[in-house]
Write a protein that binds this ligand. Structure first.
Ligand code: ZN
Length: 281
């Protein structure tokens, strides 16, 4: 027993460790300290080695505060995790800004919204999307909206393209390449932006097939964007490409993106601005 406080070592340690006794606690008629806010007991009696001890405990408002702190801590941890998912999953910083909030309501964006809404079902049934259409129609934008929205909800998504993947693979040994391709399975959703296979080398096509086939084998969805037409995907010019495209068609629902050309619209906007400025002269 410590001389100055009259408490046992056990009691002192327990109090110090728990920090549960609130400031201004008042002794009650039961001989226990009580919370000045809610009036609940902040300690309880128990016997230890034949001696009666008092040990701190939480009153109702203390328990509530502790729970709030725990939730706040959890939310902070989750925010850090999501920030990390974003940094890993979408390496192109510009694309991190492509969200539903800033999206026009095109057919592609509608399909993307519906995909996110039904994500648990899409994942369970291994359903992906194939955004196809001409250059500059917002295919990548729609796909990026899906990536950003799912990541914000805590789902790991990797959005990349084959030139990046092939670049990464550049100096890898065969075994490393397999491991690298298998590592995509850590992402419940893989988005391959701008798939163009026609002009690729045999080696590149081999890797494209390996990545797509890995999704197929691991039962995980893939989203692909491409400038190829659905005709070119269904019946590729080179028979050898058919095994890639038929796998993609097995995994993905085709979404035709033929909205107004965003790039041309931007250029038109500029011309409009030019005309306006000229009129002012
Ligand atoms: Zn209290």
């Amino acid at each position: 027993m410590s001389k100055d406080t009259g408490m046992t070592f056990l009691e002192e340690t327990a109090r110090a460790a728990a920090g549960m006794i609130p400031e201004g606690a008042v002794p009650g008629e039961d001989g226990l300290l009580h919370c000045p806010l809610c009036g609940g007991a902040v300690e309880y009696r128990f016997s230890f080695a034949g001696k009666e001890c008092k040990v701190p405990c939480l009153c109702a408002c203390g328990a509530r505060r502790r729970e709030e702190e725990r939730l706040k801590e959890e939310a902070e941890q989750e925010a850090i995790r999501i920030e990390r998912l974003r940094a890993e999953g979408i390496q192109d910083r510009g694309i991190r800004q492509w969200t539903f909030e800033s999206a026009e309501d095109t057919a592609a964006v509608k399909a993307a919204r519906s995909y996110v809404r039904q994500w648990p079902e899409m994942r369970r049934r291994n359903v992906g999307l194939l955004f196809w259409g001409p250059v500059g129609t917002g295919k990548s934008y729609a796909a990026a909206c899906i990536a950003n929205e799912l990541i914000a909800g805590g789902t790991p998504v990797l959005m990349t393209n084959f030139s990046k993947i092939l670049n990464q693979m550049g100096n890898m040994y065969t075994e490393e390449r397999y491991r690298y391709i298998r590592s995509f399975s850590n992402y419940p959703l893989l988005i391959i932006d701008d798939l163009g296979i026609e002009r690729s080398t045999e080696y590149a096509k081999e890797q494209v097939y390996a990545v797509v086939d890995e999704r197929y084998k691991s039962g995980l969805p893939i989203i692909v964007t491409t400038n190829l037409t659905i005709g070119e995907i269904r019946e590729p010019r080179f028979l050898a490409d058919a095994r890639i495209t038929s796998r993609i068609l097995e995994l993905c629902v085709p979404v035709n993106v033929n909205g107004p050309d965003r790039r041309r619209a931007k250029a038109d906007g500029k011309q409009e601005l030019m005309r306006e400025l000229l009129r002012k002269e």
